[in-house]
Design a binder for this molecule. Structure first.
Ligand code: DUC
Ligand code: ZN
Ligand code: ZN
Ligand code: ZN
Length: 498
């Protein structure tokens, strides 16, 4: 019982169940769950005050230090991860981008160098593959796995990144061979380009027409096509940032048939609508993201249904921080005004909205505390499933002996403290939050990373220094792979049999 930290008087909430017990921690790792653990001399004791203790949040889709065209990321690794811990996230997985014509591994190393020694929480990367050459598919995917990067993201839209169907098959086959998970941004590139050109010609260039150019059908078609491609290869695929009910249902259908298909959505699709893009003047640019926010209330209902019924594997923030009051951020859409319209040009607005600082409190409040999902489901969506899918479980994503001592302590139902979300209280580096003035019914009271209190919610203070976070070398997914196979499927792909 050589604990150096004991958390008492709380209820430990895991994805499987919850228990009133103490947590014994030594050297940043949980060593014991039990009643009335003996307190050795010099051991620190934290009183959970009857609250709920959930595993530290895992935000498995964030963009940090990643520029988009001419737009500069408003978060570096220090500010981005500061925002993470202030919202109960203790692990983030961000992106490293392969530039077309270049290799993948040097890109991963360059992004790693941006983060190394500068983070407030633990971190890892997915590699974005924009150029799946034979070299990438045959060699670099294996090198990625060796480095601890066991997932890739591919895009079906954006001129500089979009893959065609054949390239998608190449990546899926390679990922299957090497055991990676493929994340897909599913939107039909040609429809978007065709629509956007016509909108601009007619002078419809305001931020809201970002949404007009990307109707649901754009996401729906690409999602179904991606699912078909995944089925051809029978390879695990996660559809990222699903925004609406049709794509949710397509994923559900594939899952019901037993395909290794996973889904991700984000708080903004569950809580915000397209009206946000119609804010006066150019303000709507703050809520330009892709896929866009949807206007039909049934879409939000469909997203909550998918969150509750298990269609969505993970809830990520898709934190994509571009300042509003900054010519290298959202305002670039005003400056780069090809149509000379004072409302700007939606095509030049960087896509993406901030969310790293608010993801878990929004899900806890609007999900659990408003009765839409159970606490167990919260833990799955917020931590456990991402840890499993991305090869970090049970180090991350659960509270059990051997796990990292990453916890969020919430207040008990009787002592909840509601908070109005305000930019001035955010710790991220970006200059606005799309959730300004929204109320949440509670906020993390304490956030603990590997046994260290890193955020104090009573005073809204960050308690650790940059460099407190560690790189996580990830293993392969522990969620199901191709049907009717075990791990032996890796290296055993026989394309002539399909
Ligand atoms: N895709 C993302 O994953 N994030 C931000 C914008 C986008 O298109
Ligand atoms: Zn190989
Ligand atoms: Zn995307
Ligand atoms: Zn993203």
């Amino acid at each position: 019982f050589h604990f150096d930290l004991i958390i008492r008087n709380g209820t430990v909430v895991n994805a499987s169940d919850e228990t009133q017990c103490d947590i014994g921690v030594r050297n940043g790792v949980v060593t014991c769950l039990g009643k009335n653990l003996p307190v050795p001399e010099g051991c620190k004791v934290i009183d959970a005050e009857g609250g709920w203790i959930t595993p530290g949040g895992v935000d498995s889709h964030v963009h940090i230090g990643q520029n988009q065209g001419n737009a500069q990321s408003a978060d570096d690794w220090t500010t981005g991860t500061r925002g993470a811990i202030a919202g109960g996230t203790t692990t983030v997985v961000a992106f490293a981008v392969q530039v077309r014509g270049e290799k993948v591994m040097p890109a991963v190393e360059a992004y790693y160098d941006l983060a190394d020694g500068k983070t407030h929480c633990d971190y890892s990367f997915h590699a974005i593959i924009s150029d799946p050459t034979d070299e990438v598919v045959d060699k670099e995917l294996a090198e990625l796995v060796k480095f601890g990067v066991t997932s890739v993201k591919v895009y079906m839209t954006y001129a500089d990144m979009a893959l065609n169907d054949r390239q998608m098959l190449d990546i899926l086959a390679g990922s299957r061979r090497h055991g990676l998970t493929t994340m897909v941004h599913a939107e039909n590139h040609d429809i978007i380009e065709w629509m956007a050109e016509r909108l601009l010609k007619q002078g419809m260039s305001e931020p809201m027409h970002h949404g007009t150019s990307r109707p649901q059908l754009v996401e729906d078609e690409a999602t179904q096509r991606a699912l078909a491609l995944a089925e051809v290869i029978d390879a695990p695929m996660l559809l990222v940032h699903v925004s609406a009910k049709e794509a949710t249902r397509a994923i559900r259908k594939a899952q019901t048939r037993g395909l290794p298909i996973y889904g991700e959505t984000c708080p903004h699709y569950a809580l915000l609508t397209a009206e946000k893009m119609q804010a006066p003047g150019f303000l709507g640019a703050k809520c330009v993201c892709s896929p866009p926010l949807r206007s039909d209330p049934s879409d939000k209902a469909g997203i909550w249904e998918g969150l509750a019924n298990g269609t969505f594997t993970v809830l990520s923030s898709d934190h994509a921080p571009f300042n509003f009051f900054d010519e290298t951020g959202k305002k670039y859409g005003l400056i780069e005004n090809t149509t000379k319209n004072p409302a700007g040009n939606f095509r030049a607005i960087p896509n993406g909205i901030p969310g790293i600082n608010t993801r878990s409190p929004l899900l806890w409040s609007y999900g659990v505390l408003e009765g839409r999902i159970s606490r167990q489901r919260f833990v799955e969506l917020n931590s456990s499933n991402a840890a499993k899918l991305y090869g970090m479980y049970p180090k991350k994503g659960t509270i059990q002996p051997g796990s990292d001592a990453d916890f969020v302590i919430w207040r008990s139902d009787a002592s909840r403290k509601s908070t109005i979300i305000k930019q001035e209280n955010m710790h991220h580096g970006v200059d606005y939050t799309p959730y300004e003035d929204m109320e949440v019914k509670d906020w993390p009271r304490l956030v603990i990373l590997r046994g260290e209190v890193v955020y104090d919610g009573e005073s809204n203070q960050i308690m650790n220094q940059p460099g407190g976070g560690e790189f996580i070398k990830r293993r392969l997914s522990s969620l199901p792979g191709p049907r009717g196979t075990s791990r032996a499927w890796i290296n055993d792909f026989q394309p002539h049999k399909i």
